[in-house]
Design a binder for this molecule. Structure first.
Ligand code: ZN
Length: 212
């Protein structure tokens, strides 16, 4: 395929007939290349089940995801953003993921509770070993949301575990539910970021204790 075709630019014949000015050409190229990258990223992300919790509705090329809006105590905040990004992009490896890569040698069962397969939903919403840490952070998040929306809306939206995982991993999916309130979204983003880091630390601690 011709490179002009690839980026939906005018053909060489059209360009020879109407040579654009340098600045105008630069702007056109940037717009078309950005559009190409955006469309390609969105198409590929739809195909990947590992990205199912990443909200791509407001995705823009050259704009970072809200998870990277890091302020105060940069190093510690950076660690939270890294953990959360790994969960958003499906690269936070749990037992069920290890099992997918090496099905004959690794069991998918959660090594902490040994009751269910350890996928992201089990880790974040049901593993009984992590319930104290989970409740400590989630009750606060729930209270913030209860103060913002009606109990009926809350129960209707977050009636299943997948919706709760979505809220914890990428709450921007619920932008409209939260009246597009940037300040509120930022607050939930910070609280979920804290929760995910603590869950991550607690899981590691429990695994180390279990191996002793
Ligand atoms: Zn478990």
């Amino acid at each position: 395929m011709d490179i002009l075709d690839l980026y939906e630019l005018p053909t060489i014949i059209q360009l020879q007939g109407n040579v654009p000015k340098k600045e105008q050409w630069k702007r056109t190229i940037k717009l078309k290349v950005d559009k190409f990258c955006k469309d390609k990223t969105l198409t590929e992300s739809e195909r990947k089940s590992s990205l199912k919790f990443m909200n791509t509705e407001n995705f823009e090329i050259n704009k970072h995801h809200k998870v990277w809006k890091v302020k105060h105590l940069p190093r510690f905040e950076l660690r939270k953003a890294i953990i959360k990004t790994r969960m958003i992009t499906g690269t936070y490896i749990l037992q069920a993921d290890k099992h997918k890569f090496t099905p004959y040698t690794v069991e998918p069962i959660c090594q902490l509770c040994k009751t269910n397969n350890e996928d992201i939903t089990h880790f974040l919403t049901t593993c009984p070993i992590l319930s104290t840490t989970r409740e400590k952070y989630f009750l606060d998040i729930r209270k913030e949301i209860t103060d913002k929306i009606t109990p009926a809306k809350l129960n209707c939206t977050f009636m299943n575990k997948t919706a709760i995982v979505q809220l914890l991993i990428d709450c921007s999916k619920y932008k409209e539910l939260f009246d597009n309130c940037e300040k509120f979204m930022e607050n939930i983003e910070n609280k979920t970021r804290n929760m995910l880091l603590e869950m991550h630390i607690e899981r590691l601690k429990m695994k180390i204790m279990d191996n002793k």
